[in-house]
Write a protein that binds this ligand. Structure first.
Ligand code: FPP
Length: 246
């Protein structure tokens, strides 16, 4: 376990927290279980962390549930990962609704099975009036593909004379990314990656430009409120400078 800093409810709470939920497979292997059992436990960890985040006043939690690269995994595992939204609907949604959480999704819906999309759409629909924490699930998401799509849209606007190329700035790019649905909190303040791996894995490459990052050894299925609060304590110990001096 990494050294922890105490969480202080009176200090700044990050408004947008992004998480790479890593270590499900290794967690399961250590226990002689199937990798898919690790993903199932990972779903329960989302519930614990979403409730904790909502209690302390985090506005947005963006979690990496399925990356565009995850299609390379064995067919049986991909097929289980595609069923996770169905499990989420059955096992997570009632408690999310109880906690006033609003579910949003970002990613490419093409090539995702219909039954998966249906559960995702149900979760979005059943929580759309909720006003608390936004649980933004990155599903079939890849940051480079997201940037390519944004560039294509911007190029199209230029081509049809709706946009002057000289007026393109950072906001133009930002507004064309999938995180625009989270405006005005498009960019995470804080990124957490579990299980000791130190890389971004094609996650929110543009949006994480100035985020604080924390790589914690705990594997995702072991994540609970205490772990999450200790991560927030770590965030509170940082001094954000955005390239300037303080
Ligand atoms: C990475 O661990 C985790 C994933 C690829 C899946 C994460 C998904 C969940 C926690 C469930 C959430 C789903 C929804 C729809 C809310 P890994 O398998 O790469 O672990 P390893 O590095 O130990 O092998």
């Amino acid at each position: 376990m990494n050294e922890t800093h105490p969480f202080d409810p009176n200090l700044e709470i990050p408004q947008h927290v992004a998480i790479i939920m890593d270590g499900n497979g290794r967690w399961a292997k250590e226990r002689g279980l199937k990798r898919t059992d690790g993903h199932h436990e990972g779903l329960k960890a989302i519930r614990r962390v979403a409730v904790a985040a909502s209690q302390i006043g985090v506005k947005i939690l963006t979690v990496y549930a399925f990356s565009t690269e995850n299609w390379k995994r064995p067919r049986s595992e991909v097929s289980y990962l595609m069923k996770l939204p169905n499990l989420m609907e059955a096992e997570l949604l009632p408690e999310l609704i109880e906690n006033n959480v609003q579910v949003k999704i970002m990613g490419d819906k093409g090539s995702v099975p219909k039954y998966t999309i249906q559960s995702i759409d149900n979760a979005i629909d059943k929580t759309k009036e909720n006003t608390g924490l936004i649980l933004n699930i990155a599903f079939n998401y890849g940051s480079r593909a997201e940037i390519v799509e944004a560039v294509k849209e911007i190029a199209g606007e230029v081509k049809f004379g709706h946009l002057d190329p000289d007026s393109i700035d950072e906001d133009t790019i930002s507004h064309h990314l999938m995180t625009q649905q989270l405006a005005p909190y498009n960019d995470p303040d804080f990124l957490i990656r579990s299980s000791g791996e130190v890389r971004l894995s094609n996650y929110l490459l543009w949006q994480l430009a100035y985020s604080e990052m924390y790589f914690i050894d705990t594997k995702w299925p072991d994540f609970d409120k205490k772990t999450f609060l200790s991560c927030i304590g770590e965030y509170q110990s940082r001094q954000r400078r955005y390239g300037g001096l303080k």
